[in-house]
Design a protein around this ligand. Sequence first.
Ligand SMILES: *[C@@H]1O[C@H](CO)[C@@H](O)[C@H](O)[C@H]1NC(C)=O
Length: 199
Amino acid sequence: MFDQQLNVLFLLLLTVWAMGRTTSPDLDEDCELNAVDTMHDFCCDLHDESPQFSDCQMEWHEKIPYETDEEEQTYMFCTAECSFNNTKFVGRDRRSLNLVQVKEHLESDLVNDADVTLLFDTYLKCDKHALSLLPHKGVKQLARRLLRQGCHPYPGLVLECVANEMILHCPVKRFHQTAQCEETRNHLKQCMQYLKYKS
Ligand SMILES: *[C@@H]1O[C@H](CO)[C@@H](O)[C@H](O)[C@H]1NC(C)=O
């Protein structure tokens, strides 16, 4: 009888240990920002690359010919702010959304009302999420690096969040079933689980 209880306890410990092992690699409180850069992964038809984003990618690629992951992150965040500047998505304070502009853009981009609502609600959610991330230690470090290039982290935080949300909640038929998108989605799921159980 006692033996059996020990066995159960052992199995339980083993499970906890195994789970800890499978969820821990490169997951931390900023795993949604750091581990994979999803900003330029357009995996859902509803959230496609805008011409402004492509233009800014070219412009900033010249300014930051990145070699390290850190430089690439700086480049991505400046590209995001550049793009949000050009679409007038971001307010003059550089840390709020111009919702009228966002709505107009989505309405001209998407045919389906339900899609507009889904994406607009995602922007609302991601505005709040981005503001909540600004005080994070990792984000403050990022902000200092961005400042040297004249960029602010808010637009990139919003864009990253929208990209993540659209990868996780894309209507099934509109999701791009490529290896890269599948992998990114699996990673994001792990990251979200981690963030949920961490606190
Ligand atoms: C976006 O616009 C603000 C001011 O309107 C400017 O200070 C900032 O440098 C611009 N960001 C980029 C990445 O061009």
